[in-house]
Design a protein around this ligand. Structure first.
Ligand code: KG4
Ligand code: ZN
Length: 362
């Protein structure tokens, strides 16, 4: 079965072609193509404007589709998978409309996919073009820490398709906080990689952080998060700096690095602390980390080191390079499993039931 997947939930226009060959023991997958076209137009605005993202998706979707098909050597497609939420609704509709029109032309069904399930399954592909899924696996129960520009969630996965939300952010997502702090420091959007780079440089120079920002909700008994207070603390810290009070001079590079470092320390400490507690409470066998922020090297390092110390039996899975941020390969994988389930239940996968849902739950 060859699946064509489309992802337009935020500011990346993505198309992938994935082949799935089921066998008695599981499924073997081959990635034929996986194209991501980002939208540099947002770089200077510090965030994504839905109307602007929609316009860019409309411009990009045709060429990105053609590129993905050409790279895959124009195969016969059997199924289309498309993200229907959560995300920016004007942006989601571009992908849905394109999927529906293509489905009509090709005479194939469309299966709707939840973007967050895509992030969970984004850990399946290994480095090369092929990867397998075995029915007998040791992944579940898995705790998923999903950290992106729109979400910060802890999700317990009992199996593929069986998810339970156990905690989430009450205000900003952690990726959003990276983006907003980056904007305060005059760094481009998306802010994650730039902040992380500065923080790393500062850590090399000083073992201990010179600043102290809050770790919101780190001691709360639940598994919820909050990042807006941390962001505001940084806003006030910058506003009240003596040099800015006196003459409103710009921040020096050193000041920026110190802020970036303490912000990264604080946000990652909260993520790691809550994740470890949830792993223990829910007796999860593995930890899955997905979403744009899962590519953060400091988060990966601290999580791995803490697991080794506290829960050495739990294995951590991160997406392969290029699959942390939004992509259509993860949507193709989720689409494949969804189509199998729906077929078994006898539910017809029909494109006329598709609707964008910005707040779609898992
Ligand atoms: O999953 P994603 O591509 O899109 C959403 O679904 O939101 O995540 C994008 C987010 C942005 O907020 C970006 O700043 C953040 O992921 N991000 C990072 C890193 N790379 C991307 N945050 C921290 N460290 C990184 N290395
Ligand atoms: Zn995402």
């Amino acid at each position: 079965m060859k699946i064509l997947a489309i992802e337009t939930s935020c500011d990346d226009t993505c198309v992938a072609v994935l082949e799935a060959k089921p066998s008695k023991t599981g499924v073997s997958f081959t990635t034929h193509s996986h194209v991501v076209q980002s939208q540099p137009i947002h770089t200077n605005y510090g965030g994504v404007f839905p109307a602007m993202a929609k316009r860019e998706h409309i411009k990009n979707i045709g060429p990105v589709y053609e590129q993905a098909m050409r790279k895959a050597k124009n195969p016969k497609i059997d199924l289309i998978a498309v993200t229907v939420g959560p995300g920016l609704e004007p942006a989601l509709w571009v992908g849905i409309t394109f999927a529906e029109e293509l489905a009509k032309t090709l005479g194939v069904p469309v299966v709707p996919v939840n973007h967050m399930e895509g992030h969970i399954l984004s850990i399946l592909p290994s480095k090369g073009k092929t990867f397998t899924w075995k029915k007998k696996n040791t992944l579940f129960p898995a705790l998923s820490l999903l950290v992106s520009g729109g979400h910060t969630e802890l999700v317990l996965a009992q199996d593929i398709g069986k998810y339970k939300l156990i905690g989430q952010t009450r205000d900003d997502a952690v990726g959003e906080a990276f983006d907003k702090v980056a904007r305060m420091l005059g760094l481009p959007y998306p802010g994650g990689p730039a902040i992380s780079h500065l923080a790393q440089e500062e850590r090399k120079e000083n073992k201990i952080s010179k600043l102290t920002f809050p770790r919101p909700m780190i001691h709360s008994k639940d598994f919820d998060f909050s990042f807006s207070g941390l962001k505001t603390a940084i806003l006030y810290y910058i506003r009240d700096l003596p040099v800015r009070q006196a003459s409103n001079t710009p921040l020096t590079e050193k000041m920026k690095s110190e802020i970036a470092r303490e912000f990264e320390d604080a946000s990652i400490e909260v993520l790691v602390s809550k994740t470890l507690r949830a792993l223990e409470k829910y007796k999860a066998r593995t930890l899955i980390v997905g979403g744009g922020v899962s590519g953060n090297t400091y988060l990966q390092k601290i999580l791995k080191a803490t697991l080794k110390k506290i829960s050495p039996k739990v294995t951590a899975h991160f997406p392969a390079k290029g699959l942390s941020t939004d992509n259509a390969l993860m949507i193709a994988i989720a689409g494949y499993f969804a189509s199998q389930k729906k077929n078994k239940k006898g539910v017809r996968i029909n494109s006329d039931t598709l609707r964008a849902n910005g707040n779609l739950n898992l």
